[in-house]
Design a protein around this ligand. Structure first.
Ligand SMILES: Cc1cc2nc3c(=O)[nH]c(=O)nc-3n(C[C@H](O)[C@H](O)[C@H](O)COP(=O)(O)OP(=O)(O)OC[C@H]3O[C@@H](n4cnc5c(N)ncnc54)[C@H](O)[C@@H]3O)c2cc1C
Length: 711
């Protein structure tokens, strides 16, 4: 086994030039300062901080923390990001890749709200591909293999040059909260943090915890267990877990994940693996980028190989030496270790992807070979795979177990219900994956800033975004295993497409949320207006099928059809493209050629989306029906089983929609609840009409409060 300087998890020496902000359509041109110098300028010691009071403090500089800090600052809050090591900000703990099916949608949405990860992916990507291409564009999964170092450099550069954001290297020991409220026992308010080494407290109106896999983290390799949040990094301090559990009384659980060994590229016989080139035209993640930094021809390939019966044999022989695999803790079902795969599906061959770790990296990442057996057995195992028969391991695989906070204790703004000003985001909420963490981080950052600035909290609905689906799933259903995003989780996925995230979120992000820059907003308005104009032009192009056949002989329009078709309807034919229409009608359509693909997708999904829009409107009306927070579910005079009553009483969903998605809540229970809320509302209205002059008296009625709806 070889060791070298520049461990992917611990690399410290940055000598490359950094990007400046990517707020243009083209990639960066100006040479920014060298990172090490940059870090020394912006990192601060706690007692050198310009202020000891911030609007928002973010704890942890992983994928959730970086988006949270940047979003809070964009909304206008004076923000402090405290993280254990500045040089691990933006570190990719596991696979150097971004996006994928479901996850790519999240990246596009984070980008649409002016987050960082999409642009960082465009800067650091070295192999771009759209997954699921055989299915419709709604469920395509934009994905990129990344250069680890470039990704980290980009995120650090962006954060360290964000106005209103200070970055502090340090470990948070304690969360400062008020004593419980006597009027509302068990309710606290966050007031700030204290760092390890007993420094002065730093105050804030809002604190966001994004401690990832570090909360009471333990690392596993073979029979060895050691405290840690990630290889080379100490776990989060015990004081933080203590505050969450003992002082705030939050319910926590334990989950696990793992990572494969990194393999020395030169030692692999790639001729024995199947080459997988990248897409010939890389698709950027960011709506602001027309190109990726990596040119199409510079992209690196991935390779596919598979396990042999020898792999299964080594797994079985090493089971007694593998502590991690014997633990009851739940691991990621959709990204399981090789041990779990082999034990769950014996006798099968399993895919292994060999993926580059960076442009100049000597290492390969073997996706599918996450393992926690002793290092010598890891070497034996990988050498059972023909392409890896002489492979050398650079760093062995390992597992991590960590605490998470049961997310049903959070509001849709990701705020802890019982602690004003405390927000949680990322793996601490039981999710897995960079994209899930980034999406929550952004949303927690927005709401923490709004809370600090005395603005009302905001929620994204599951009818408008994958971020809404993610947050709603977490806060209303909770997790029993590491949660990852899939397109199947989104009921309205044909409307929530990766291509239209800007139209769904950028305008709202600027006009209502306040986290989007004017530049991005102007671009989204230009795109929206152009698409609307182009669709209107297509709609007015109405010809008989006979005429269409003459104009576009290459499109297979049925001979039997003797009706008229609009340009939009014609675009719905598989073999019709917007370019064809633009060449037939250049005067009305050629101005929109830059949107060819988007127009084709819009046209194809139009009938379905029109139907879905009506459905969404109906659901939104009922979904958004508020449920009073003080409703007494245990004695509510409606037909509900005791089990349903207890679930509702424990979770206290804020809307009917949230109640619908709770595990254990039956459709019949929802209907009864809906009827009850509607009846109460009607009664309220009747009482109000009949007693117009007794407003003060009515407000004082003690039991009216229980059954009434917030106005
Ligand atoms: C070994 C391993 C394997 C993984 N495998 C997979 C996988 O196969 N698939 C997958 O999707 N995901 C995997 N992940 C998970 C992925 O890394 C996370 O989902 C993602 O990084 C979560 O982002 P986060 O921001 O929540 O936390 P992290 O990225 O873990 O960041 C947490 C940050 O908080 C900081 N921090 C912690 N405590 C404190 C404190 N008290 N004070 C200050 N700073 C603190 C840490 O230094 C760190 O910067 C794996 C992670 C690990 C460690």
């Amino acid at each position: 086994m070889r060791t070298r300087n520049g461990d992917p998890a611990e690399s410290k020496g940055f000598t490359r030039h950094l990007p400046q902000k990517l707020f243009s359509f083209h990639m960066l041109k100006k040479k920014p300062p060298v990172l090490r110098h940059f870090l020394s300028l912006v990192s601060r010691r706690a007692n050198h901080l310009a202020r000891q009071q911030y609007d928002v403090i973010v704890v942890g500089g992983g994928h959730a923390g970086t988006e949270a800090a940047a979003a809070a600052a964009r909304v206008g809050a004076e923000t402090l990001l405290v993280t254990q090591k500045i040089n691990t900000i933006g570190a990719l703990s596991c696979n150097p890749s971004l996006g994928g099916v479901g996850k790519g949608q999240l990246v596009r949405e984070v980008d649409a709200l002016d987050g960082l990860c999409g642009q960082a992916g465009d800067w650091a990507g070295i192999h771009f591909s759209i997954l699921n291409r055989r299915k419709g564009p709604a469920v395509w999964g934009p994905r990129a293999q990344l250069d680890r170092q470039r990704y980290r450099e980009f995120i650090q550069s962006e954060l360290l040059s964000t106005p209103r954001l200070t970055v502090l290297e340090g470990s948070v020991e304690e969360l400062l909260v008020t004593e419980p409220d006597t009027a509302e026992p068990g309710h606290h308010r966050v007031t700030g943090i204290r760092l390890v080494n007993g420094s002065h407290p730093i105050s804030a109106s809002s604190v966001i915890l994004t401690t990832g896999t570090f909360l009471s983290g333990s690392l596993f390799m073979g029979q060895t267990t050691s405290p840690g949040g990630r290889i080379g990094d100490a776990p989060s301090s015990a004081g933080l877990s203590h505050t969450l559990r003992e002082r705030l009384g939050l319910r926590t659980g334990r989950l696990r994940t793992g990572t494969p060994p990194r393999i020395v590229k030169d030692s692999v016989d790639l001729s024995l693996a199947q080459i997988h080139p990248a897409d010939s035209h890389p698709t950027p993640f960011s709506f602001l980028n027309k190109h990726t930094r990596c040119k199409p021809e510079e992209q690196l390939p991935c390779y596919l190989t598979s396990t042999t019966p020898g792999v299964e044999r080594v797994v079985r022989e090493s089971l007694h030496l593998n502590h991690h695999i014997h633990e009851d803790t739940k691991g990621p079902r959709y990204c399981p270790s090789i041990e779990s795969r082999v034990l769950r599906f014996p006798g099968r061959s399993h895919q292994v992807w060999l993926e580059p770790e960076g442009v100049t990296s000597d290492l390969l990442y073997p996706q599918g070979l996450s393992m926690t057996m002793p290092p010598d057995m890891q070497l034996r195992l990988i050498r059972e795979i023909p392409a890896l028969h002489r492979a050398e391991i650079y760093t062995p695989g390992y597992g991590v177990q960590y605490d998470f906070v049961c997310p049903t204790q959070l509001s849709p703004a990701l705020q802890v219900k019982s602690t004003q000003g405390l927000f949680l985001a990322g793996q601490i909420n039981g999710t897995t994956g960079y994209e899930e963490a980034a999406a929550q981080g952004l949303w927690a950052g927005v709401n923490a800033a709004r809370c600090a600035l005395d603005l009302p909290p905001l929620a994204l609905s599951r009818t408008e975004s994958y971020i809404g689906v993610l947050v709603d799933d977490l806060v209303s259903r909770g997790v029993t295993e590491p949660y990852r995003m899939f397109t199947s989780r989104a009921e309205f996925r044909t409307s929530l497409r990766p291509d239209n995230a800007d139209l769904r979120l950028t305008l709202k992000g600027f006009e209502e949320v306040g986290c989007v820059s004017p530049l991005r907003y102007q671009e989204a308005v230009r795109v929206r207006d152009s698409l609307q104009d182009a669709l209107a032009a297509l709609q007015t192009l109405t010809l008989s099928t006979h005429k269409w056949r003459q104009k576009l002989p290459d499109v297979c329009i049925s001979e039997n059809k003797n009706t008229t078709l609009s340009g939009v309807e014609l675009l719905q034919y598989n073999d019709a493209s917007f370019e064809m229409l633009a060449s037939a009608f250049p005067e009305s359509l050629s101005a929109y050629l830059e949107f060819s693909q988007r127009l084709k997708i819009e046209a194809v999904y139009k009938p379905h989306c029109d139907m879905q829009r009506k459905e969404i409107e109906r659901i939104q009306k009922e979904e958004s029906m508020s449920l009073p927070q003080d409703i007494d579910y245990l004695s509510l005079p409606v037909s509900l089983s005791q089990e349903v009553r207890e679930i509702l009483d424990r979770v206290r969903p804020s809307t009917l929609g949230a109640a619908t998605r709770l595990q254990g809540i039956t459709p019949a229970a929802v209907v009864n609840l809906l009827r009850y809320v509607r009846n109460t509302e009607q009664k309220e209205r009747r009482t109000h009409r009949n007693q117009p002059h007794r407003k003060e008296e009515r407000e004082e009625e003690p039991c009216a409060r229980k059954a009434s709806l917030p106005q």
